[in-house]
Design a protein around this ligand. Structure first.
Ligand code: PHE
Length: 348
């Protein structure tokens, strides 16, 4: 070849080329239009016929060898590129599949549905009312006249529109349900839903959920109340739970009773959670006040009823063994996922 290059070293350069551009450069350098071999061939004409024959055969041989080496190297590079693509696109069908993120119901939603399920089996049907309620339904109709001190029991969120309030309990649905029954008997409804009060600590959040219950019929007594609520609580918390009723006060029931259950932490022997009493309150209830029956369109001389209101979060705290209610409302999936099962919450 040139004085300083042999065919062998050119072929080696080609074999060692590490990129397509390097290979292309070698092609131009030796067999391109201005490549060295091509140039040499153009100069053959200046030689004597004898020299031309020898030199021509030699150049042809070189050209052939270089073209072959280039084609071979190109094929190798193509194969390598293909192998790389295949490797990067490889699909291993034996790998385990990626589990899609599955949505879950909030533990409090499942708790509410569980309570509804128990009460529906006890013969109650569902009733609903608005969360932005009129002061009349939330207070007056429930025997809490304007300026009645009992309104202070429930620190309220008022709305800019006069006469409206974020309902402080589900009890206004008692009135709405009675009105919708138009005097028919029995009224036997539960009203689950969001309620709002200006409370905020480990065991109170400003937005919480209650389940209201109302039974109106002839001859309804405290025995019906205690029997129904005891059955409900045993179904929810287990047959071994202890229960008791204490006298209390609500403007819309007379007499009023609060229901306690044995403390889940100490089983009734007394601890910090139950303030050494062995009992924790679970709901408020009582015999429906005559004024409330009248406001619902019923005659207190002819019918009677009982009502109760239970905090869903309270039941959830007990069943899940929680000491800070606020965590349930912070939407941290790592926390909420811990309550996927258990507590008899197999209802979806
Ligand atoms: N509404 C009461 C409360 O929120 C509970 C209750 C309901 C009490 C029905 C008696 C009857 O505290």
């Amino acid at each position: 070849m040139t004085e300083s290059t042999s065919l062998a070293s050119v072929l080696e350069d080609i074999a060692r080329a590490d990129s397509e551009t390097a290979l292309q450069d070698l092609r131009l350098k030796w067999v391109g239009k201005k490549g060295w071999i091509t140039q040499q061939m153009k100069e053959l004409g200046a030689l004597s016929p004898e020299d031309r024959r020898v030199r021509g055969a030699e150049l042809n041989e070189w050209r052939q060898a270089v073209l072959e080496a280039l084609a071979e190297k190109e094929a190798v590079m193509r194969d390598e590129a293909e192998r790389r693509t295949l490797a990067s696109e490889s699909l291993d069908l034996t790998l385990p599949g990626r589990r899609p993120a599955v949505g879950l119901l909030h533990p409090l939603t499942r708790m509410r549905r569980r309570i509804e399920d128990v009460l529906v089996r006890l013969g109650f049907s569902l009733a609903y009312g608005p969360q932005i309620e009129s002061e009349w339904y939330n207070f007056e109709a429930l025997n809490m006249p304007v300026d009645h001190p009992a309104r202070d029991m429930q620190d309220s969120f008022f709305v800019d529109v006069p006469g409206l309030v974020l309902r402080t309990h589900t009890s206004p649905v008692q009135i709405r349900a009675m009105q919708q029954h138009h005097g028919r008997l029995p009224v036997k409804v539960i009203a689950p839903g969001m309620t709002y009060r200006r409370d905020d600590d480990a065991t109170h959040v400003p937005m919480f959920q209650q389940v209201e219950g109302l039974v109106v019929d002839t001859h309804i007594s405290l025995a019906d109340l205690t029997g129904t609520l005891t059955a409900m609580v045993r179904e929810l918390l287990g047959p071994e739970v202890g229960t008791r009723f204490r006298p209390s006060y609500f403007p819309f029931t007379e007499p009023s009773v609060e229901m306690d259950v044995t403390c889940a932490v100490c089983q009734g022997s007394g601890c910090r959670v139950c303030k050494d009493t062995g009992w924790v309150e679970i709901l408020g209830s009582g015999i429906v006040h005559p004024v409330v029956l009248k406001n619902g369109g019923y005659d207190p001389e002819r019918v009677s009823g009982f009502a109760f209101g239970m905090g869903i979060e309270r039941v959830a705290m007990r069943i899940f063994g929680l000491d800070d209610l606020r965590l349930l409302y912070q939407n941290d999936l790592r926390y909420l996922e811990r309550f996927q099962s258990g507590g008899g919450l197999d209802i979806q």
